[in-house]
Design a protein around this ligand. Structure first.
Ligand code: 16G
Length: 198
């Protein structure tokens, strides 16, 4: 037998961004999303798939390349990635969540929950759904639904009074099936861009 290296994490590459147990007890029956067949964060439908918090080793598993299917990522070095990971972990409120295809050690889906601390609503919390992306060669496996419902239930579990997102117009119908609503008189996302127009 070869030497098992999996538990050797001297350089922290397997460290999670947030405690993975937070994903263990999410109640998928609370979501209006319909899964056919039924899947969840703990049982994503294939034994080669896992839903888990981001790890530093995901730099080598195509995480940034996957984000590149959403928008411009730039040339992020390993040091920049590790520094940002550490900053997110230290400040708290960042729940970058991924789906890995363990057969090939590749990240095939991702979504982020960020949490804002508020004074309003009795010092409540507001969740934001960010950077949702799924590798489209895995079509038909309900991965988009799975990752969005996972972080949305996590927001509820962590005490957010609401969860918000902005998205391309063509995705509105998709998000509506998962419980997101355009609120009458309050359905505009507005941006002021400080980066160069792409
Ligand atoms: C979408 C994403 C947002 C992401 C942005 C990037 C969702 C729900 N929304 O709006 O999180 O940051 O695209 O686009 O995933 P940008 O590079 O034009 O800002």
């Amino acid at each position: 037998m070869g030497i098992e290296k999996i538990s050797d994490d001297g350089d922290g590459k397997l460290e999670y961004l947030y405690p993975p147990h937070l994903l263990q007890n999410l109640d998928f029956n609370k979501s209006p999303a319909i899964f056919k067949p039924k899947i969840s964060a703990v049982q994503p439908g294939e034994d080669w798939m896992v839903v888990r918090p981001l790890q530093k080793s995901d730099y080598d598993k195509g995480f940034l390349q996957l984000l590149g299917q959403l928008t411009n990522v730039g040339n992020v070095t390993r040091k920049q990635f590790d520094d940002r990971f550490n900053q997110m972990k230290q400040s708290g409120g960042y729940y970058v969540t991924v789906i890995e295809d363990k057969r090939i050690s590749k990240i095939i889906g991702a979504a982020t929950l960020t949490i804002e601390q508020k004074f309003i609503h009795n010092c409540s919390l507001r969740g934001r759904l960010e950077d949702v992306v799924v590798n489209d060669t895995y079509r038909g496996k309900q991965l988009g639904k799975l990752i969005v419902v996972t972080v949305s239930l996590l927001a509820q579990e962590l005490g957010c009074y609401k969860m918000s997102l902005d998205c391309k117009d063509k995705l509105i119908k998709f998000y509506e099936t998962l419980g997101y609503k355009l609120e009458a008189g309050n359905s505009n996302a507005m941006n002021m861009r400080f980066d160069a127009p792409s």
